[in-house]
Structure formats: C-alpha cells, structure tokens
Design a protein around this ligand. Structure first.
Ligand code: UD1
Length: 364
C-alpha cells in the first residue's frame, strides 16, 4: 500500500497510520507500506523539520512536485504519482486531509483501478472559493474507504449519497500525534521574552486573507489593535511572509520563521489565545483547551465550535478586535473533547483497512 503525504498539515496525519501499520506488521500481518512524499512542501521549515520531530522514516518515494499554480502543481503530482503506482502496483492508496496532493493522488490511483482510502473524509465548508473544498469533494467522490473525524462529516457524506458501508467514523489522527508528542513539546523553551499564558499566537495563510494587500491590511488593522493588549507571536507561512513588507505591523507582533511541529505545539499549548485561519489548528486548540478565534467566514470543522474552544469570527476588523479583547478580559471555560479524539484513530483505521482488504481478497 502507498501512504501519501504532500504538505505540512499532512505529516502529522500520516505518522500514526505508519506506526499502526508497522505494529500490525511486527505482529505478523502480511503487508508492505511505502511512504510517498509528493514534494508539494519542500522547504526544510515546511517539511524536513516535521519528519525529524515526528520520527517519520525517510519517504520511500519523493515526487518533487514543488510549487506552481493549482493546475500545474496538481498535474505534476498526478503524473508522477501515476508512474509510482504503475511501478509499485499497490492494492491500496491512502491519502489524508485536503491539500492538492490529496486530490491528485486519489484521482491518479482511482483511474488505474486502485482502491483509495481517504482519512479526514466528509468535511465541508460549502465554500467553493476554497481550493481545499474542491479537493475534499473530488477526493471523497473517488474514495472507497472514507474515514471521518466528526459527526458532521458522516452526515455530509450520507447526504451526498455515499453508501454507509464505505464510511468509517474513526476519529482524528492529527490528535493521535498531538497526544503523543505534547509532553515533549512542553519541555521545549519558549522564545526569548515570551512568558507562558501571556501571549497570543497568530497564523495566517489562506489566499482569501493574504493574497490581496487590502485583505491583509484589514486583518492587520484588528491585529494591531489587539497587540496593544497582548504580545502576539506570528510564525509566518512563506506565502504570507512575502506579503508582509507592504503592511504596517505593531511592534508587539513578533514575526518569526515557520516553526517545526514540536516548537509550534509547545507554543500553542502555553498561549492565552490563538488567532488563525488554519483548519487543523481549530482542532488542536479544542483538545488543548485554548481559545481559538478563526478568521474565516465558514468552517468545515463545526464540532470545534459546537463543543470545542473555536469561535468563527469572520474577517470584519471590529468583530475580530472586540471578540479577542473580550476573551482576554474573561477567558471562556474549557470545553469538551470530541468523540474518538482519543489518540487511537490511526489504530482503528489500520485495523479497518486490514480487515477490508482481507475480506476482499477472500471474495476475489
Ligand atoms: C497548502 C494547502 C493548505 C494548507 C497549507 C499549510 C493546498 C491547496 N493548500 O497551502 O490547505 O493549509 O498548505 O501550510 O494544497 N512555499 C514555499 N515553501 C514550501 C511550500 C510553499 O516557499 O515548502 C510557498 C511557495 O511560494 C508557494 C506558496 O508557498 O507558491 C504556496 O504553497 P502551496 O503548496 O501552493 O500552498 P499553501 O499555501 O502552502
């Protein structure tokens, strides 16, 4: 089987799958797993450091897809992954998340008649201006095994007509990784001058927020006002870093390089509040009990708002400012952790896939 990772948010999702399959193999299960890195993210800061932090093995195959327009990047991954599939003839391809590599590899595999498993299936923002929403829809429609993280995903897939026997509510492999590494992350020192509980974190990389200077300026007019009250640490994604020169940034906002996994989790877990437009951070803050303000108009992860610590605040500067200040004045109580976000999702997925493959071998 081939397990695919392409971009930063994929690495922590595949790690528990590899561990679970390795342990099944050590217990006598007859299976071979190869890790494929598409090269969508290639910077040391966006890729290599994650392999080190998570103890991931060197990829068995590196496709070197790199950056480009969506079509260029997707096409390069599709062509390279098709070759890899022809050479390796896997009986299963496992893709995770919603990045361009996820969709590209799912489509290439399916067109060769190879079964596809999608981990983190069924999430929907209903926002077709988000490239990830298109990736999620296309990936799910060609997938044979759809592993979900929250009840909304099961409902979405059912409403789209996916047969129930293809859907498996497995939990969240990203949270497996968080639980496993949290203690190590908390042992790391904070950046100079940063005290636990006395800073906020900012992450920002969605094209809708950062690609146009006007949008970035709007968001920063709120962030600069919040920075009057609390220091903000901002590890900037390369996409965003390139745009910051044109923006006025308060001196209390410390812009730093993208962090490795452990350093980022260690920082997040000791912060007072997180401001973000990311997907996965909404889930990690829910588990850590840290208030999260998501600067987007929608979320594909509604459970984080329903029972977690996430608040969807949109992109209106005054709303962002007021909500952040009210959270600083009266921090909300810690809320619940979603069902099956218990550190064992990777094991459940591995066991399900092994059973499914065995059943189809027996029949076929
Ligand atoms: C991708 C994912 C997004 C995810 C994000 C996390 C898609 C559609 N988007 O967005 O869902 O939240 O990763 O980081 O797949 N760049 C570098 N070094 C790298 C990679 C990228 O400098 O290692 C720069 C390049 O200028 C590139 C730009 O960042 O053009 C955007 O990279 P890309 O992979 O296209 O999308 P992300 O914004 O990273």
């Amino acid at each position: 089987m081939l397990i695919v990772a392409g971009a930063r948010p994929n690495f922590m999702k595949v790690a528990p799958l590899l561990t679970a399959f390795q342990s099944r193999k050590a217990h006598g299960e007859d299976l071979e797993t190869l890790l494929v890195h598409t090269g969508q993210h290639y910077d040391a800061r966006m890729s290599d450091s994650f392999f080190r932090d998570l103890g991931l093995p060197e990829p068995d195959l590196y496709l070197d897809a790199g950056s480009g327009s969506h079509a260029e990047q997707t096409a390069r991954v599709m062509v390279a992954f098709e070759k890899a599939c022809v050479e390796c003839s896997p009986d299963l391809v496992v893709v995770v998340g919603d990045v361009n590599s996820t969709m590209a590899c799912a489509i290439s595999a399916k067109k060769l008649g190879i079964r596809v498993a999608h981990v983190e299936a069924g999430l929907r923002s209903r926002d077709m201006t988000m490239p990830e929403e298109i990736n999620r829809l296309c990936t799910d429609v060609v997938s044979d095994f759809l592993f979900t993280t929250e009840p909304s995903a099961n409902r979405n897939l059912a409403a789209e007509g996916v047969p129930p026997e293809k859907i498996f509510f497995a939990g969240n492999t990203m949270i497996d990784t968080l639980n496993k590494h949290l203690e190590r992350a908390l042992d790391l020192p904070l950046p100079d001058g940063i005290e636990p509980g006395d800073f906020a974190i900012l992450t920002l990389h969605r094209p809708s927020n950062v690609d146009a200077v006007e949008s970035l300026n709007r968001v920063f007019s709120a962030l600069n006002a919040i920075a009057e009250r609390i220091r903000i640490v901002f590890p900037a994604h390369p996409r965003t870093a390139g745009k910051l020169k044109a923006i006025q940034i308060h001196q209390n906002i410390r812009v730093i390089e993208p962090l490795g996994y452990l350093a980022f989790v260690g920082l997040m877990a000791r912060s007072r509040m997180v401001l973000t437009d990311s997907g996965g951070i909404q889930e990690e803050t829910t588990v850590l009990g840290i208030p999260c303000l998501t600067m987007r108009l929608n979320t594909e992860r509604p459970i984080t708002c329903e029972i977690g610590t996430n608040v969807l605040i949109g992109t209106d500067p005054e709303t962002i400012r007021q909500t952040a200040l009210s959270i600083l004045d009266s921090p909300p109580a810690r809320r619940a952790i979603p069902e099956k976000w218990d550190g064992h999702a990777g094991e459940r997925i591995a066991d399900t896939l092994i059973a499914q493959l065995r059943a189809s071998d027996c029949m076929g």
